[in-house]
Design a protein around this ligand. Structure first.
Ligand code: NAP
Length: 399
């Protein structure tokens, strides 16, 4: 997008942006309902993609914003097709994005397939990340955590096949497995790195103690935990640990699962079968009404800068540390464009203070996730030093 186009976009009124969002969502719904005259042609890949500012996660250079590639097949509704996701990935590349996030359990497997096909024409120019750590039965059903070394080796081969590549740039453990010492997990990833199948090691929803123990065996390049204006848990120990050890941080759900864009009102309904927000305490109509104070705060700052609420939420993350790289997820090209516009929004120290002071005066209503999902989080990620319950000493013996 040229500067002029960007200016035009960021000068749209909030109503126009919302209208654009509605039109995009309608198009998505039409395509997911199969109302398409003909199958999409293979999207062309621009010979000269736009460029975005770069950042470093440890030693790995990536674009300041990545693309979360989960949403078309997992977590949210309405769902879109693999073809639409491939189109979105290629249009993100044309707009300068070279950092794509997926995992085996998105779909399961569908997101890895879409990313593999989507980036195939420019594989060597992008950073592809995926995650291991869940087990599957023969029918492809998720049967819980599994970071056993042999299983990781097997799943790596399958991920490489789906991603149509012979190396994974950044390979995260999706959730800490309390049955497997983190040293064993780091050891397998080290082996995979030595074999050239993986380039960098990452952890997701890990606490400080786990990060430290893993880092001794195989340096960790990035930690991917939930972090956004209304989910501040990593500030307790994970961000300081990352800073101390020179590890990058990738916030997931950086837009608060869409809430921080202001596009979700108390009246919005969620598909109870497909959309995780239908069961989240933070997304009940009452909670959304109470949490709307956050949107008012983001609009207050954004309106003065001709930026949307979502752009301010992302710019706030970008301003926190130069080694923080958000990966907003979307199925919608207009939203993608809006989100990337956040890389041009610079918040001053006064504006950052206004956001912090405003946030401090708001009590966010509703837990960030369900108790069932939280069971799989390394509690140190949220509450202070812990590695699955042991205050820095894993309940499993160190080797
Ligand atoms: N490591 C982990 O455990 C973990 C967990 C969850 C997610 N992730 C990764 O993190 C990525 C991002 O997280 P997320 O998708 O859960 O949350 P998110 O990025 O905070 O929000 C996604 C939601 O916001 C909406 N949205 C995005 N841009 C928008 C805009 N400009 N205006 C209005 N709505 C907008 C999307 O809908 P539309 O599709 O309509 O735009 C979607 O419903 C995922 O894709 C995945 O790769 C990792």
């Amino acid at each position: 997008m040229s500067d002029k186009q960007h200016l035009v976009f960021t000068t749209l009124s909030r109503r126009e942006v919302l209208m654009a969002g509605v039109a995009g969502a309608a198009a998505v719904m039409l395509s997911s309902a199969g109302v398409r005259a003909q199958p999409p042609a293979t999207p062309p890949v621009s010979p000269k993609p736009a460029s975005l500012p770069k950042r470093k996660l440890g030693t790995l250079e990536v674009t300041a914003l990545g693309l979360g590639c989960m949403n078309f097949c997992h977590g949210y509704a309405p769902r879109t097709s693999k073809e639409d996701e491939i189109k979105l990935i290629r249009s993100a590349y044309d707009r300068g994005v070279t950092f794509f996030d997926t995992a085996i359990n998105y779909g399961p497997f569908l997101s890895e397939e879409a990313v593999g096909e989507g980036v195939e024409p420019f594989r060597d120019k992008v950073i592809v990340t995926t995650k291991f750590g869940y087990g599957y039965d023969d029918a492809g059903k998720n049967v819980g955590l599994n970071s056993k070394p042999d299983y990781i080796r097997k799943m790596t081969e399958a991920s490489l096949r789906r991603l149509k590549t012979d190396y994974i740039d950044l390979y995260y453990q999706h959730r800490v497995d309390p049955q497997v010492p983190i040293e064993d997990v780091a050891g397998v990833v080290k082996e995979l790195i030595q074999a050239g199948k993986v380039r960098h090691f990452g952890l997701s929803e890990a606490g400080g103690a786990t990060i430290r123990r893993a880092h001794v065996v195989q340096p960790v390049t990035a930690v991917q935990n939930e972090y956004s204006l209304w989910t501040r848990d990593p500030e307790h120990e994970v961000l300081p640990t990352c800073e101390e050890l020179g590890i990058g941080f990738v916030p997931w759900s950086p837009l608060g699962s869409g809430f921080l864009t202001g596009a979700i009102t108390p009246e919005t309904t969620f598909d109870p079968k497909l959309d995780l927000r239908a069961n989240r305490a933070r997304f009940t109509p009452e909670a959304r009404r109470a949490n709307w104070l956050l949107i008012a705060l983001l609009h207050r700052v954004g309106d003065r800068k001709q930026a949307t609420a979502g752009q301010i939420a992302l710019a706030w993350l970008l301003a926190k540390q130069p080694w923080i790289v958000p990966i907003p997820g979307t199925t919608n090209g207009k939203h993608l464009e809006e989100n990337l516009g956040a890389s041009k929004v610079e918040l001053t120290a006064t504006e950052l203070k206004e956001i912090e002071d405003g946030f401090a005066a708001i009590k966010v209503q509703g837990a960030r996730t369900t108790d069932a999902l939280r069971k799989n989080h390394d509690i140190g990620a949220d509450l202070g030093t812990s590695s699955k319950g042991g205050h820095g000493n894993s309940p499993l013996p160190r080797r």
